[in-house]
Design a protein. Structure first.
Length: 236
């Protein structure tokens, strides 16, 4: 399968690429800003499975032109895309009254706008596939009715936005053989969790959550479309 993973330089995205690369039949496009971490990721994947096909494409997802350019960059390596996992995320942790327009713009560009831009860029490469799947990683912080936490209004509201966007895209593309689903994940031990809740120890490691997401991405579109699934052992 041809799989795109964003936010691949750390945390869940890093582990997702490693897990997908264990199958030599997969070609994984790993997208992130950090070139050094992408190089490290490729080396780790090759060390675990020498035939692993991991293609690193550096990109700052907060810049629309860079995301739009991804279509041609991806198409230069693979002819079509089976799975897109929108995993990249940005967070601002500060009291609501101190949040600036720049804070909001940054969080929304990475967490929401980049999903729009990337789907627009990649969808033409997915329509030729039967049962292509777009999985967007949201958060329990953006799940309606879940506990909310002070300081995370920008982050949580952006994650609520991509949940609704998933439902909209499922309807938009229902005749195009592309399924859209969203996972609202709970506390997972990552650098982002440490930014949101310093010192908190999550019940799940990044590799365990990545294993669940990878399996979901490979199989869930056979059973569901336009669904927002909470995946959480704890609050936060």
């Amino acid at each position: 399968m041809n799989i795109i993973v964003t936010g691949a330089s750390r945390g869940i995205g890093y582990e997702l690429v490693k897990q997908f690369s264990s199958d030599s039949n997969n070609t994984i496009i790993a997208i992130a800003r950090n070139v050094q971490k992408l190089d490290q990721l490729k080396q780790e994947c090759a060390a675990s499975n020498n035939p692993a096909k991991v293609i690193a494409i550096p990109c700052d997802l907060s810049h629309e032109q860079e995301v739009q350019a991804l279509r041609n960059k991806v198409a230069s390596h693979i002819q079509n895309v089976d799975i897109l996992i929108n995993n990249a995320g940005a967070i601002v942790n500060k009291p609501f009254e101190t949040i600036t327009g720049n804070d909001l713009e940054y969080v929304y560009k990475v967490n929401v706008f980049s999903v729009v831009w990337l789907v627009q860029a990649v969808a033409p490469l997915m329509k030729s596939k039967q049962n292509a799947h777009v999985v967007t990683i949201s958060s329990m912080g953006g799940f309606q009715g879940s506990a909310k936490f002070a300081g995370l209004s920008a982050y949580s509201s952006s994650k609520a936005a991509v949940a609704c966007l998933t439902e909209c895209l499922a309807e938009e593309y229902k005749e195009s053989n592309i399924a859209f689903n969203c996972l609202a994940i709970g506390a997972t031990q990552t650098e982002m969790l440490e930014e949101a809740f310093p010192g908190y120890k999550a019940p799940l490691t990044a590799d365990k959550m990545a294993a669940y997401i990878a399996d979901f991405a490979l199989k869930a579109h056979q059973y569901m479309n336009g669904k927002i699934i909470p995946v959480s052992l704890s609050t936060p």
